[in-house]
Design a protein around this ligand. Structure first.
Ligand SMILES: Cc1ncc(COP(=O)(O)O)c(C=O)c1O
Length: 417
């Protein structure tokens, strides 16, 4: 059974959460996250493989802490994420910072904090080496192998903004050498929601090969991108098959290698995606002739994936256990016609006041949420291992949202008459 269904086995519990904490609310399941971490951790028992969690997928500090307890390090892509990981107790050496157009002050912060800096351009490598000679860093390459669930998240292709071109590796090496900087790691990330596992395997081959062109490599990071099934009948990513094929390559590489080397993977979506859902309440049922809309109290400001990537999320009416019998579009409350969360879904006859669960929303849900239309952000609830639940982010009221906005903008409110 797919993990996310675990969250749905107790619709009464979800309804109690919705009634107690209101909607819209993200709900996460701690046990599912821990189980998924454990599955990955035990994948390569005989190989020097470590796991980093891609913080961008879901950065709630309670979730980061669970994942840290499970023995994962962190893959960060901004200095803010670095700071956040430090605040949840991650050790600097367990924080990998893949920069992307990093500023000098962010670079200085990362060096001060002692995290592993992964540099993605020759210009930045040059400025790093000039500023911090006799140190070490990692480099991200552009492998010209790419894959993702949508063109906006396939990151390894020829025209990608990410990574250093493979043919520039000798130049990278000579920049580093001229400042006595050791390039100790090499990294690539080909995209998110990889559709063809063979692309990930090809990237592994490419990185293993590329590492041979660098003198002092002590780790290779293959990035993230493992997909999860969103739309029936999507199948789970075949982890065991992947393990067999990737494991063979890694073991073969180690045989011919003198000296210690570590391998890293940095998944985000696979770890937390199925562990979360978004609870929302239907407040309008509207027949527009060809379409019947279920109008909800959330929108693309809370779950951007359908609007940004045409992504599919399953929707369940947790207030009704009856057989599905009607076709609806699920609409958000944002003032844009593109604010549609689900199209042509067959659900039980749905009434105003019903609660819907939008599934597989644990990754790239809350982290991509915004205040568009000046709306408050959703609350977040964590179902603990003992079955109890705790709030891990409260929802501000409309008044509090505006107060916070005025405070941030330093606008002195006037009294309205
Ligand atoms: C550098 C990097 N690593 C890892 C990830 C995690 O990807 P995913 O959540 O698909 O595993 C991302 C996300 O795109 C990324 O940009």
């Amino acid at each position: 059974m797919r993990n996310q269904k675990k969250l749905l086995t107790e619709p009464d519990k979800l309804i109690r959460i919705a009634e107690k904490w209101g909607t819209p609310t993200y709900v996460y399941d701690e046990q599912v996250i821990r189980d998924r971490c454990g599955t990955l951790r035990s994948l390569f028992p005989d190989l020097p493989v470590s796991w980093l969690y891609a913080v961008k997928a879901n950065d709630n500090p309670h979730i980061l802490n669970i994942i840290r307890e499970e023995g994962f390090g962190f893959d960060t892509v901004s200095y803010e994420e670095v700071l956040l990981c430090k605040k949840i107790g991650a050790k600097s050496r367990d924080i990998f910072y893949t920069e992307n157009n990093m500023t000098d002050s962010e670079m200085a912060g990362a060096v001060r904090d002692g995290v592993v800096l992964n540099i993605g351009s020759l210009g930045r490598l040059e400025s790093y080496c000039r500023s911090y000679p006799k140190t070490e860093c990692s480099i991200r390459i552009k492998p010209d192998i790419s894959d993702g669930h949508h063109s906006k998240v396939d990151t390894g292709n020829e025209d990608s903004k990410f990574g250093i071109r493979m043919d520039l590796l000798p130049e990278a090496q000579s920049i580093a050498k001229s400042h006595s900087v050791k390039i100790s790691g090499i990294h690539a990330h080909i995209g998110s929601g990889i559709q063809k596992p063979e692309n990930l395997l090809a990237e592994i081959d490419t990185l293993l090969e590329a590492s041979g062109h660098l003198d002092d490599i002590s780790f290779i990071n293959f990035g993230g991108g493992m997909p999860i099934p969103y739309r029936p009948p999507d199948e789970d990513f075949d982890l065991l098959h992947f393990r067999d094929l990737a494991g063979k390559r890694l073991a073969g590489y180690l045989k011919n290698k003198n000296g210690a080397i570590r391998f890293f993977f940095e998944p985000g979506r696979w770890v937390v995606g199925p562990a979360g859902l978004l609870l929302t309440q239907v407040n309008t049922v509207k027949d527009q002739g060809r379409k019947v809309f279920l109008g909800t109290d959330t929108g693309f400001n809370h779950l951007l994936r359908p609007a940004l990537y045409d992504a599919y999320h399953e929707v369940a009416n947790i207030s009704r256990i009856t057989e599905p019998g009607k076709t609806y579009d699920v609409a958000g409350n944002i003032c844009e016609s593109g604010d549609i969360l689900a199209v042509d879904r067959t659900l039980p006859e749905t009434k105003t006041g019903d609660f819907l669960a939008i599934l597989d929303a644990g990754a790239y849900g809350m982290t991509m949420a915004s205040h568009y239309n000046r709306r408050a952000l959703p609350a977040e609830i964590l179902i603990r291992r003992d079955g109890g639940s705790k709030i891990v982010r409260k929802r501000l009221t409309a008044e509090q949202t505006i107060e916070a906005f005025l405070k941030d903008t330093r606008y002195q409110p006037k009294e309205s008459s």
